[in-house]
Design a protein around this ligand. Structure first.
Ligand SMILES: Cc1ncc(C[n+]2csc(CCOP(=O)(O)OP(=O)(O)O)c2C)c(N)n1
Ligand SMILES: CC(=O)[C@@H](O)[C@H](O)COP(=O)(O)O
Ligand SMILES: [Mg+2]
Length: 639
């Protein structure tokens, strides 16, 4: 039985020798590469925290000492060491292991939110609660260098710095990268701590003097490490953390279990909050990951476990790529066009723009709030910023969009990628809230393109709007062949019309158009005629929808987004205000936190499939007027 197989709870770690720990680390790395290459997931980040996580669970007594992971994508090793080794074959799959901490999986898991920079606030709150309730336990937060570029982290640090009565250890997992190298002054400060020459010179002297005596194994090794981590105390620089008055230990070699352990033991002995600065390498131990310049295998699909080559060839057409290439074309004769990313240049498709216009591309770190308000500032001075974010991360910057961009009628364009149901990244990653949020922004114009051509046309229009915010949304699903309209009514594309008196009108957005067309086809087999329209520009609602809805027996709306407050509910309001008598049924993502699974599985769970929508429409029509549906063909499920 391997050491990994005999490690089923943190306590099992504490009897291991240094050699056994190093063997265990190797076995964990082999396990991660073997399994995550089969399922996909955050391989690089987890390869970088093997020793760090082993040391964490040797020194701290989880769950009495809660361990909180920032973003949580680097918690696979934690899951391995807390009894979930046998569940990794189902990683990020429906009813399988979550790719993030999950409280229903283990008492050792606390934070399920995958939005970065929140761990320190979680930890502060938990530690304060323990202090007020006179409970034992030290709260430990593991936060990456990238997550430290998020503003929330410093809101928490501001409080942590003066909370001498709290038992709180912040482990900085500093691999120097987010996806690409982490940017900004914080990254520079961390880097200067990593490469403090005084520390390295003194350490060399110590090493040389100690090497004069024969290495006697454990004790001498400990002495060296004791000196090493002790040295840092002596030299602890007045940088990033020192100036705030927070105790700092490090930098520690994050791949040396005993060095990390010693620093954590030291941290544990202190009163008040302590920073332990660990230097790690993303993708450590897997050459394909270590050498992967773009992102060190931050998040991979199914790959070859030796070469790292993707096993499922990614489609050469993606919404992300279409957006990125069109933006380059538009920027070539629009010098005012600039692009902004929150540490996700490649994932949001801005790499071609950065290559073509490096001085007009801005990676601000994981700082969506700053990114959006900075864009308002740029627009106020005559630029036209394009802010590229994942839809779910708009949540983080909504006030900035509403009050800094919207209130000031700023000509800023937002490209919301991963809009709609995403799938494997679970509830905090579905891009399901953007339409409901954007519907609240006065003047904002939102396009939900159904195909490549509509995306390119929408972006071309958006970047020329200078007096209000514009936005586009598209997701992590395949790009259909172009879907031409059969006609147009005042800007609303008519995708299918059986006759002008069709009893059903389907108003569909983005990927909902393909669903709507499939629904209409199914309804036609039951003798129910449906017209399908796509407004393309979803906000503000096109008043032509009112006349299109008037006289119908039923109006159905279909969107890949939250039903409550979404596009469809706006259409219902529009029709009600105009006195349209037809009832409006909204189909979308019901208000809930939808667990991870494939996109299709989650959509099915939401009832957002052609079959489910067609059945609902048939039932609604039957309820309204049994004669409306030729009885002979109603699907059995509706009886
Ligand atoms: C608010 C927010 N913006 C963007 C992301 C996307 N994202 C996931 S992990 C990551 C990089 C995290 O870097 P770091 O904290 O250094 O962790 P590492 O992956 O290096 O371990 C980013 C940008 C996110 N999860 N949350
Ligand atoms: C953890 C995180 O926020 C991202 O790394 C996310 O997992 C990436 O998702 P995509 O695979 O859709 O780019
Ligand atoms: Mg990092």
């Amino acid at each position: 039985m391997s050491l990994l197989e005999s490690t089923n709870r943190p306590q099992d770690l504490r009897r291991l020798s240094r050699t056994e720990l190093e063997t265990l680390a190797r076995q964990i790395r082999t396990f991660l590469v073997t399994n995550v290459s089969r399922t996909g997931g955050h391989l690089g980040p987890n390869l970088g925290v093997v020793e760090l996580t082993i040391a964490l669970h040797r020194v701290f007594d989880s769950p009495t000492d809660p361990i909180v992971f920032d973003t949580g994508h680097q918690s696979y090793v934690h899951k391995l060491l807390t009894g979930r080794r046998d569940q990794f074959s189902g990683l990020r799959q429906a009813d399988g292991l979550s790719g993030y901490p999950a409280r229903d999986e283990s008492e050792h898991d606390w934070v399920e939110n995958s939005h970065a920079s929140a761990a320190l606030s979680w930890a502060y709150g938990m530690a304060r609660a323990k202090q007020l309730r006179h409970e034992d336990g030290i709260v430990v937060a593991v936060v990456g260098d990238g997550s430290l570029t998020g503003g929330m982290a410093w809101e928490a640090m501001n409080n942590i710095a003066v909370a001498d009565d709290l038992r709180l250890v912040v482990v900085v997992n500093d691999n120097g990268r987010s996806y690409t190298p982490t940017v900004g002054g914080i990254a520079d400060q961390l880097s200067s701590l990593r490469t403090d020459r005084r520390y390295e010179q003194v350490l060399d002297v110590v090493k040389r003097s100690l090497s004069a005596t024969p290495i006697v194994g454990g004790p001498l090794y400990d002495v060296l490490h004791g000196v090493k981590s002790g040295l840092k105390d002596v030299l602890s620089p007045q940088g990033l953390f020192g100036d705030l008055g927070v105790k700092y230990l490090g930098p520690v070699d994050g791949h040396d279990v005993l060095a990390v352990e010693r620093a954590m033991l030291q941290a544990k002995s202190f009163d008040g909050p302590v920073i332990v600065h660990c230097i790690t390498r993303k993708g450590m131990g897997f050459p394909a990951a270590e050498e992967h310049e773009e992102d060190n295998f931050h998040a991979v699909g199914k790959i070859d476990a030796i070469t790292g080559e993707p096993l499922s060839p990614s489609s050469d057409r993606s919404w992300t790529g279409i957006f990125g290439n069109q933006l380059v074309r538009l920027a070539s004769d629009r010098p005012e066009l600039v692009a902004i990313s929150a540490a996700m240049i490649h994932p949001t498709g801005l790499a071609p723009f950065q290559a073509a216009f490096p001085s007009r591309t801005f990676d601000v770190g994981i700082a969506e709030q700053h990114a959006i308000t900075m864009a308002a500032g740029m627009a106020a001075q005559g630029l036209h910023p394009v802010v590229a974010l994942y839809s779910t991360f708009l949540n983080r910057g909504f006030d900035q969009l509403l009050m800094d961009v919207g209130l000031h009628h700023a000509g800023v364009t937002f490209a919301f990628d991963r809009a709609g149901v995403t799938g494997p990244d679970g509830p905090s990653h579905h891009g399901m809230w953007d339409c409901s949020l954007l519907a609240m922004v006065p003047g904002l114009e939102l396009a939900a393109p159904r195909d490549e051509r509509r995306l390119e046309e929408a972006l071309a229009r958006a970047v020329d709007v200078q007096d209000r915010p514009t936005a586009l949304r598209y997701g992590k699903y395949s790009v259909p062949e172009d879907l031409p309209a059969v006609s147009s009514v005042d800007g609303v594309d008519v995708m299918r019309r059986d006759s002008t008196t069709d009893p059903v009108l389907i108003v569909a957005y983005g990927p909902g158009v393909q669903i709507g067309l499939a629904v209409a086809e199914q309804l036609s087999h039951q003798g129910i005629a449906a017209t399908v329209v796509d407004p393309v520009w979803a906000l503000p609602h096109n008043p032509a929808l009112v006349e299109l809805a008037r006289g119908r027996q039923l109006v159905a709306t279909i969107e890949d987004g939250l039903i409550e407050g979404g596009l469809g509910s706006g259409v219902a309001q529009l029709c009600a205000d105009a006195g349209v008598s037809a009832p409006v049924r909204n189909f979308g993502v019901p208000k809930d936190f939808w667990a991870h699974g494939s996109r299709d599985e989650v959509l099915a769970a939401c009832g957002l499939t052609p079959e489910a929508v067609a059945r609902s429409i048939t039932e609604a029509l039957l309820a309204l007027d049994p004669a409306a549906v030729p009885a002979a063909e109603v699907p059995s499920q509706t009886r």
